[in-house]
Design a protein around this ligand. Structure first.
Ligand code: SUG
Length: 446
């Protein structure tokens, strides 16, 4: 039976902007209030999807969310027409207004945690949307994310969908950004590695001092239970609290895995040796590569600036692995030197492909943040909503849709424009038809 890993990239929404909403995410704070280009952002994302599809990979797309989020503003007491809600929120509470305009659902590595059928007790692919409780703007995402995932993976014979974990910091969950699956083949049971930042119920355990740890151990354990994973196939590792304090707000900013390769920075984890030994013993006898990048070659600071680890490692149809990296890695001398060396070492990684995803990078989102991985069998793939899979025709349609509806430049003032709300809803309504999603957005359900 054939198996695939399909990357589902988030389509950037029409309100993509830089609002400095993510304390602990250095790029988000550094670019606060810069003008953005939603059109360029969406096209950079689509170009990456198309390039992977051209490499022979299966590639999917996940729809963005409705923003500005008028329903969220109403919940906080703003009333009147939609235009009045927007105007009053902008005037009376700039931070809340900006949070409700964020296009942050584009980073689908934070959409959910996914366990493939080979790992789960009922043999289905399991999805748990991330609650993203640590940041208000992101906590607005899980409900609609759940609907989009159900519309994309609708067949209950193959796909199981859970509600997001309780909306409480004790169960702070950031989804696949803190989850890596190692396996010898996508369709065979693998080791699911959950990486957490702190213990919610045991404050005496190590934790960062400056920036928040968004993911708790208790959240990881709950997701593993919901997905029916066996203890034999799960490893929990703690992120090194010191690197969280240096801007590593998700594990995928400092480590990434694919099949039998774990690529990570020397300082990524707390108790690295014990964690790796557990992975090794649960992985079994087959070949496994731990590719550790030493601080002497790439500092944590360079890793955070270049997003060396927020790269996608993908297995090409030839069986070789390639790295999908942001151009920032090419521009950073230490990182470029490291990558040039890496492809000559005896690991399955044989090449690097650089992509310009600067619009997303300026908010702290690299190539890996933009994708949710779903490993599937041929039958499961056949049960996916086909309109969400990228081929030449669907790429052309989506690109034309962006050209038609997206603005070239967006400033904070533009976010107050009630016409932007109308434009966004018109665009999303058309998108739900293009992707055959049905009525997933609040404005379609009133
Ligand atoms: O949650 N940035 C996102 C970036 C998410 C990156 N995802 C992964 N590492 N998987 C975040 O911090 C910034 C929005 C703003 O400031 O306008 C933001 O939400």
């Amino acid at each position: 039976m054939k198996q695939f890993e399909v990357n589902f990239d988030g389509l950037v929404g029409p309100t993509h902007n830089y609002a400095g909403l993510s304390f602990g995410n250095v790029a988000s704070l550094n670019n606060a209030n810069a003008n953005s280009s939603p059109k360029q952002a969406a096209k950079q994302g689509l170009a990456k999807m198309k390039a992977l599809s051209d490499m022979g990979m299966m590639q999917g797309v996940l729809a963005p969310q409705e923003r500005p989020d008028i329903a969220a503003l109403r919940r906080l007491g703003f009333s009147g027409s939609d235009a009045t809600v927007l105007e009053n929120a902008a005037k009376q509470s700039r931070e809340i207004f900006l949070a409700c305009c964020s296009a942050s659902s584009m980073w689908t590595a934070n959409a959910a945690t996914v366990s493939p059928s080979a790992d789960t007790s009922d043999g289905k692919v399991h999805f748990t949307p991330a609650n993203l409780t640590n940041k208000y703007h992101r906590s607005l995402e899980p409900e609609v994310t759940g609907r989009i995932l159900k519309a994309t993976f609708a067949d209950e014979k193959y796909f199981a969908h859970h509600q997001h974990l309780p909306d409480n910091e004790h169960f702070g969950d950031e989804g696949a950004a803190n989850h890596t699956r190692l396996c010898s083949e996508y369709g065979r049971a693998g080791v699911e590695v959950f990486v957490y930042g702190r213990h919610a119920f045991n404050p005496s355990m190590p934790a960062p001092k400056k920036y928040p740890a968004r993911q708790t151990l208790e959240a990881c354990q709950a997701v593993a239970r919901l997905h029916g994973l066996s203890d034999e196939n799960v490893v929990y590792m703690q992120q090194n609290p010191d690197v969280i304090d240096q801007g590593v707000f998700h594990n995928d900013v400092i480590a990434v895995g694919n099949q039998n390769v774990l690529f990570y920075h020397q300082q990524a984890f707390h108790n690295t040796d014990a964690g790796l030994a557990e992975i090794r013993s649960k992985f079994g006898e087959e070949e496994l590569h731990f590719v550790e990048v030493p601080t002497s070659e790439v500092s944590v600071n360079d890793a955070v600036k270049s997003y060396l680890f927020n790269t996608q490692i993908i297995t090409l149809p030839s069986g070789d692995m390639t790295i999908i990296a942001p151009t920032e890695c090419q521009d950073n001398p230490a990182v470029k030197t490291y990558l040039d060396k890496l492809v000559t070492l005896s690991t399955p990684i044989k090449s690097v492909n650089y992509f310009d995803v600067k619009q997303s990078m300026r908010n702290g989102g690299g190539p890996a943040c933009l994708r949710l991985r779903v490993a599937m069998t041929e039958q499961e793939l056949a049960a996916v909503n086909g309109a969400t899979l990228i081929n030449d025709a669907q790429f052309e349609r989506l690109n034309a849709w962006v050209d038609k509806h997206y603005r070239d430049v967006l400033s904070e003032d533009d976010l107050r424009d009630p016409n932007l709300l109308i434009e966004s809803r018109t665009a999303l309504d058309e998108l739900t038809q293009l992707l055959e999603l049905g009525s997933v957005y609040p404005f379609q359900r009133v």
